[in-house]
Design a protein around this ligand. Structure first.
Ligand code: HEM
Length: 136
């Protein structure tokens, strides 16, 4: 049992690190000097990976919770709230993306939103992980 808990929480951590790498890649693309057409093609290519990794974080979190008989600690509540917020703002970003017009103003408004969103995702991931290690 201890082995299962260890393995799933290690996997949980691996997916969090993967998400941080994807955030860094997204930010790098958004800050690069590409034309919006090129940029949007690349962003569309990595968007599914982002949500696959997010679901893997949820899935491995649920496994750890299940083997610990669903004991909700404060840090686990924070993790769940942060996860929901990342997904919710992601949906909002996707809606914005679908409504982008071929104007500079509209495209740079989206870029600004996406940069802010990924930066906040990064801060939330680090803060949530730091909270867990501070409490434990
Ligand atoms: C995206 C946000 C999340 C972050 C940044 C995060 C971060 C972490 C970290 C750093 C650990 C410690 C891993 C270790 O050292 O073994 C952990 C453990 C854990 N996470 Fe998450 N997690 C997130 C989302 C979730 C979700 C959505 C769930 C549940 C559905 C969850 C459930 C758990 C559980 C149950 C543990 C073990 C707690 C314990 O050992 O007391 N996490 N998480």
């Amino acid at each position: 049992m201890e082995e299962l808990i260890r393995l799933s929480s290690q996997l949980h951590l691996v997916f969090i690190i993967l998400l941080i790498i994807l955030i860094a890649f997204n930010l790098y693309l958004l800050k690069s000097d590409k034309t919006f057409l090129k940029l949007s093609k690349r962003l569309e290519l990595i968007a599914p990976q982002y949500y696959i990794v997010l679901s893997a974080i949820f899935f491995t979190g649920i496994i750890v919770m299940a083997v610990r008989q669903f004991a909700f600690s404060f840090s686990v509540w924070v993790m769940i709230v942060v996860w929901i917020a990342i997904v919710a703002f992601g949906i909002r970003g996707h809606k914005m993306y679908k409504k982008i017009e071929r104007t500079e103003v509209s495209q740079s408004a989206y870029k600004r939103y996406a940069i802010k969103k990924y930066t906040l995702d990064f801060i939330a991931l680090i803060a949530t992980s730091a909270l867990f290690y501070l409490v434990h």
